[in-house]
Design a protein around this ligand. Structure first.
Ligand SMILES: *Cc1c(COP(=O)(O)O)cnc(C)c1O
Length: 389
């Protein structure tokens, strides 16, 4: 047996390396021409009007909330099955967070639970300003249903599409914001394409794009059209908002632009791996990923659930046996509100039963474009061995 097979990892080509070296030898390591080129390419690829590159998806979620006016006294709802950043972004703005339970088949925010919770909130005047559905594992949420429920109450939508670049919904690319105000991607190395650290916020709304561009760089602008001062001197710039330094570098953007050209190949390979898992695992006591008929996943993750009715092996035993066999399985995610920080805010077990049931059974198997057939066979054999009675 070789070294551990990770659950996810980047694929870096010679072209990626050359693109980065080109920037290192150029005049601009940051704030040069490559960031806007990367933004234009992602916007075109996804069918959105604007794309704002930043140094992480966490930063993108933060400035997206800010652009939608989230502040103290506001509420933001997200999915419990996500990385903590989706919820933390709202707390950064001083808002309160709550969670909508997931659909027991897709593990994405459940449109029916959302509609019920919105109806209750409307009755008690506690509606959220924004909801953040998360496309878990790369499979789009049922955005038409979520949008229909939210728009009845004027609730805005940020898609946390950190897993989902290259995926589609109703045959259109995720990120086109047809059913949302803003969509956010992550370019962390385990995600579909990478810039090292990096993220992007996409929108079709000119004003939201302008606010996010301001907030990623200190709230400062030099754009003559935005300045309050007429007849500005050549050195003049204005700070108009309390922004941040969330800029992406040109070095990172060069990697991202080069990676983007490999996106379709990455997705094709991930789909192939997913189909091979589906076929090979069909006889094991696990539930393989269910796919909504409207969603074509990017397959960031391949999550199986140990079926306790069909095996006496516990979730924890199977997980530990896989790790011991050098298979770097993971669990995405611990329901966010079970984290100590969120418990201290008053959250308790029982809030989202479908998410908690998932948490008791889910295991993310290795899934990345560079996974070889031999490695996948090792994972499949390892899982079968871990489940053997
Ligand atoms: C990775 C991830 C984030 C955070 O992304 P960064 O780019 O690391 O900040 C947010 N939400 C989800 C669902 C993620 O998977």
């Amino acid at each position: 047996m070789g070294s551990t097979i990770p659950y996810g990892r980047q694929t870096i080509s010679a072209a990626d390396i050359a693109a980065v070296v080109d920037v290192l030898q150029s005049d601009f390591l940051t704030q040069g021409p490559v960031v806007p080129a990367f933004e234009d390419a992602v916007a075109a690829c996804c069918g959105a009007r604007h794309a704002v590159a930043v140094n992480s998806a966490t930063s993108a979620l933060h400035i997206a909330c800010k652009a939608l006016g989230v502040g103290p006294g506001d509420r933001v709802w997200t999915s419990p099955l996500t990385f903590v950043a989706s919820a933390n972004a709202a707390l950064y703005c001083g808002a309160d967070v709550d969670f909508v339970d997931v659909d027991p088949r897709s593990y994405n925010m459940c449109p029916e639970r959302l509609a019920e919770k919105l109806e209750d909130a409307a009755a008690s005047a506690t509606l959220p300003k924004v909801i953040i559905p998360v496309h878990l594992a790369g499979q789009s949420c049922d955005m038409a249903a979520i949008h229909a429920a939210a728009s009845r109450y004027g609730v805005r939508i940020i898609e946390d599409a950190s897993h989902a670049i290259g995926g589609s919904y109703r045959d259109q690319p995720v990120g086109n914001c047809r059913f949302s105000d803003i969509a956010v991607f992550s370019f962390h190395p385990v995600k579909i394409i990478t810039t090292g650290e990096g993220g992007m916020a996409l929108t079709n709304d000119d004003t939201l794009a302008e606010l996010m561009r301001l907030d990623r760089s200190h709230g400062i602008t030099r754009d003559p059209e935005l300045l309050t001062e007429a007849d500005a001197a050549p050195w003049y710039y204005e700070q108009q908002r309390l922004g941040f330094n969330y800029r992406l570098t040109d070095v990172a953007a060069a990697l991202g632009l080069s990676q983007l050209s490999a996106l379709h190949g990455f997705i094709a390979r991930r789909r192939q791996i997913a189909s091979a898992y589906d076929a090979a695992l069909s006889t094991l006591p696990v539930t393989t990923p269910w796919q909504h008929p409207d969603a074509q996943s990017s397959w960031h993750l391949y999550v199986v659930r140990i079926d306790p009715r069909r095996t006496s092996r516990t979730h924890r035993e199977v997980f530990a046996a896989l790790r011991a066999a050098g298979i770097g399985v993971n669990l995405h995610y611990i329901p966010v509100y079970l984290q100590p920080y969120y418990r201290a805010l008053g959250f308790a077990p029982g809030l989202c039963p479908a998410a908690e049931a998932y948490y008791g059974e889910a295991i993310s198997l290795p899934m990345f474009a560079g996974l070889t057939d031999a490695q996948q066979a090792e994972v499949i054999a390892g899982l079968a061995g871990a489940l053997a009675e």
